[in-house]
Design a protein around this ligand. Structure first.
Ligand code: ACO
Length: 436
């Protein structure tokens, strides 16, 4: 073996092993040969929360968290945000190359063709309570599409996969808009196929009795840029859920529903809603220093700050801050911006945040823009799920085409009881019940 190897001396047996290093990684399975004897299972790694474990090889998204770099298929995120539409970027993320003019036309037509929901799916949505959280409605409705398109379970047929991908990307804004209209008690608006992806979404959200909805072009473009920024982010919590569920060959609707469920949590996509709640609690700029002190005392986290991968300014947050200027010219400034800017200013100078490399993440400013555009905080994570569907599906396709992948099944270190005899119910004490 050449120099690209790791020599491991097992002091238990005084045996040395040569483990190959490839792309800065050793294979965890290469450690299994390290045993103390024939009955030993072999060495495993222990990595709660996957802090240092690559679960796949991927060609979709590149992040350098220390340098603040994000690229889809090699293209820097700022160039894509400036020059592309979201559907163009979705094509790139999914199929590896920017589309030619004819490919783009076919792609956009395909997506547009699939924007409508089956009427029974609409009835399904009507069953939710008036105050149901939009993310719960979205997750359930996406899962319910699995019953409408049973052929989707044929996940090994590339043509079939492409059809379901177009359906999901086409229907996501429709479901999202309907969850919003449902919470307001408004009738659902059918898609308008003359409009762009973002404009049509706005149409389904906000059209009232006017015969044709006219989207504000600045807001539609800002929404499209936000969609581009959220299209993929490699192996985050929801992409990992998509791959884990998809690895059992569950259909793409059920896998996407699982990914969306993972996104809903406040430590992931749910953070944008939490940022707005936090800004409400702070109330005004002068209360920011006292709030920061409480964060430093460990009372709560500063929502929209910190990231597992970025130890530098999140490049998406930079672009969102820039896009906010255009939005505020149309909508007027969101008063919460002042509080957010002050939070950022103080946090970026504070030893606590500097030492831990905590910078604003994508969720810090997105909520402020969304609110200025007229969205309620409850729907922010749904807005995240629409574009991220492209990324989830790209991760899912890549997984299915990777000959090295198998059903995702981590190991554990068992720390529970050894074998013990069954205790009849009348002999069980209070202590046993409490520890159960
Ligand atoms: N506010 C205050 N302290 C923080 C924050 C924060 N937002 N984030 C991390 N820290 C502190 C931790 O308490 C820890 O301090 P310690 O070393 O003294 O114990 C240190 O920074 C490291 O934090 P970890 O929790 O180990 O970082 P991890 O990578 O596990 O977590 C996460 C990343 C979940 C994003 C975290 O920073 C967080 O909870 N942020 C707030 C929620 C948020 O904005 N999430 C959105 C992320 S972007 C996205 O998912 C789309």
């Amino acid at each position: 073996m050449g120099n690209d190897a790791l020599s491991i001396l097992d002091k238990r047996t005084q045996t040395t092993y040569e483990i190959p290093i490839n792309k800065g990684t050793i294979r965890a399975m290469d450690l299994r040969q390290i045993k103390t004897g024939p009955d030993d299972f072999g060495l495993m790694t222990y990595d709660p929360a996957f802090m240092n474990t690559a679960s796949c090889q991927s060609a979709i998204t590149f992040i350098d968290g220390d340098k603040g770099i994000l690229r889809y298929r090699g293209y820097p995120i700022d160039q894509l945000a400036e020059k592309c539409t979201f559907l163009e970027v979705a094509y790139l993320v999914l199929f590896g190359e920017l589309p030619t003019e004819s490919q783009l036309k076919e792609w956009v037509n395909g997506i547009t063709y699939h924007t409508m929901l089956h009427e029974t799916t609409k009835h399904f949505l009507e069953g939710f309570r008036y105050d149901a959280h939009p993310m719960g409605m979205l997750v359930s409705t996406v899962a319910a599409l699995s019953t409408v398109y049973p052929e989707a379970r044929n996940v090994h047929d590339p043509q079939n996969r492409k059809l379901q991908i177009m359906r999901l990307i086409g229907k996501m804004p429709t479901i999202a808009a309907y969850t919003y209209r449902h919470s307001l008690g408004y009738p659902y608006i059918y898609p308008d196929n003359d409009l762009s992806y973002a404009e049509n979404f706005m149409n389904m959200l906000w059209k009232m009795v006017e015969p044709k909805y006219q989207a504000n072009p600045v807001l539609a473009r800002a929404l499209d840029i936000l969609f581009i920024l959220h299209a993929d982010h490699e192996q985050n919590c929801s992409a990992n859920a998509m791959r884990a569920v998809g690895s059992s060959f569950a259909d793409p609707y059920l896998s996407t529903a699982a990914a969306a469920a993972a996104l809903s949590g406040p430590l992931h996509g749910g953070a944008n809603e939490e940022v707005l709640k936090m800004l409400d609690v702070i109330g005004s700029k002068d209360k920011v220093p006292a709030y920061i002190e409480k964060v430093k005392a460990g009372q709560f986290k500063l929502m929209g700050f910190g990231h597992r991968v970025y130890k530098n300014y999140d490049p998406r947050a930079k672009i969102i801050k820039w896009a906010a200027t255009n939005v505020f010219e149309v909508t007027g400034k969101n008063p919460k911006l002042e509080i957010a800017l002050e939070l950022e200013r103080i946090a970026l100078e504070d030893e606590y945040f500097v030492k831990r490399k905590l910078y604003p993440n994508v969720d810090f400013y997105s909520g402020i823009i969304y609110q200025a555009m007229g969205f309620k905080p409850e729907i922010f994570t749904v807005l995240f799920a629409i574009p991220r569907t492209a990324g989830w599906l790209a991760q899912w396709q890549e997984l299915l085409m990777d000959p090295e992948q198998k059903i995702a099944r981590p190991r554990q270190i068992y720390i529970g009881y050894g074998e013990r005899d069954f205790v009849p119910i009348e002999q069980r004490g209070v202590a046993a019940a409490v520890t159960a």
